[in-house]
Design a protein around this ligand. Structure first.
Ligand code: NAD
Ligand code: TYD
Length: 340
């Protein structure tokens, strides 16, 4: 099999490529990535010389390039996106361009070249937000109700994928997955930001009252879920993929990280809340469990410890990121008080 992976130099995409080459060594992979601020070839250092792997620097919005690359492949796994909610609040235009138009360009090329399977990687954020006391979990029948420019752009891309299936017969699957964490996550997202800030002697910025809930999933489990969908999923189906946490809030996560790193609660900095901040996400992944055999492997605290160990052992990786272009964004988002 030959796969085109879009956005393979980012957090989940790079973990997926490493996972795939390890578990399917006979397959060939092309990684198409624009190398935005979030794309980093250092994420793929250990496989860059693998003869089964090829990197192409390019934009999914470049129709000619996408068309040429798709000609060669059987399967497309589409990760490429602008992925950070806070950046979509600062400026949403690139989110529409990459996440919506980029997806449409890939879909056209996939149809034209009759790819066997187009897998679209999406998010649970398309379902909106739950109240803290709401025990509902989202599933594949939950109506879409996105609330941030990021989630609205991902919702639009999901609708487009389904429309291409319905109108043109494209063979597709979609996963709507909860918040991921693990190695190589860009330190703008909560868990790597908290870990690396503490390692640098800075505080953990917590938005608002910190009582915001996400359904955390370790990135390897997400990769396994996508593998299962590619092997056993049915064309035209959506699978919700969720984590192993139940109602854990950001403050509790920050406290767990502080404890593992031997730091005190005074290292938490309550900062201005995110506008339109979604209160709670919760995912019912029983369809993926029943039909695909999906199940997260370890519990949240074991994975959190493994993640902290990874950031401790790979300081050079994140220090390079934090000392570069990222500084400007950090100042814009958190203000001068946080820069030390
Ligand atoms: P990321 O921001 O770490 O990586 C995105 C990658 O896409 C980067 O390598 C970037 O260079 C590349 N890219 C961006 N624009 C591009 C373009 N126009 N052309 C080609 N490449 C481009 O994101 P991530 O966290 O790895 O997320 C990957 C996918 O998974 C996204 O579609 C995201 O919506 C989805 N997702 C993420 C999470 C999460 O918690 N991180 C959860 C569920 C779903
Ligand atoms: P994030 O990692 O940005 O993922 P998402 O917004 O896609 O869920 O944020 C996870 C949660 O952590 C979310 O409730 C926002 C919160 N958060 C903070 O409290 N402080 C921060 O500095 C960041 C980046 C996030």
């Amino acid at each position: 099999m030959k796969l085109l992976i879009t956005g393979g130099a980012g957090f989940i995409g790079s973990n997926f490529i490493r996972y795939w080459l390890k578990n399917h060594p006979a397959d060939n992979i092309i990684n198409l990535d624009k190398l935005t601020y979030a794309g980093n070839l250092e994420n793929l250092k250990e496989i860059e010389d693998n003869p089964k792997y090829k990197f192409v620097k390019g934009d999914i919005c470049d129709g000619n390039l996408v068309n040429e690359l798709i000609k060669e492949v059987d399967i497309v796994v589409h990760f490429a996106a602008e992925s950070h909610v806070d950046r979509s609040i600062i400026d949403s235009q690139i989110f529409l361009k990459t996440n919506v138009i980029g997806t449409q360009i890939l879909l056209d090329a996939a149809l034209k070249n009759q790819v066997k399977h187009f897998h679209h990687v999406s998010t649970d954020e398309v379902f909106g937000s739950l109240a803290l006391d709401d025990k509902t979990k989202w599933n594949e029948c939950t109506p879409y109700d996105p609330k941030s420019p990021y989630s609205a752009s991902k919702a639009a891309s999901d609708h487009l994928v389904r429309a291409y299936g319905n109108t043109f017969g494209l063979k597709y699957t979609i996963t709507n997955c909860s918040n991921n964490f693990g190695p190589y996550q860009f330190p703008e997202k909560l868990i790597p930001l908290a870990i690396t800030n503490l390692m640098e002697g800075k505080k953990v910025p917590i938005y608002g009252d910190g009582k915001y809930v996400r359904d955390w999933l370790y990135v390897d489990d997400h990769c396994k879920a996508i593998d299962l969908v590619l092997q056993k999923g049915k064309a035209g189906e959506t699978y919700c993929i969720g984590g192993m946490t139940d109602d854990i809030n950001n403050l509790e996560i920050a406290r767990m990280i502080l404890k593992i790193l031997g730091k005190h609660e005074t290292e938490i900095d309550f900062v201005k809340d995110r506008p339109g901040h979604d209160r709670k996400y919760a995912v019912d992944w029983s369809k993926a469990k029943k039909e695909l055999g999906f199940k997260p492997e370890y519990d949240f605290s074991s994975y959190l410890e493994m993640t902290i160990k990874w950031y401790r052992d790979n300081k050079e990786w994140w220090q390079k990121i934090k000392s570069g272009e990222y500084k400007k964004y950090y100042q814009l988002q958190y203000g001068k008080a946080q820069i030390r």
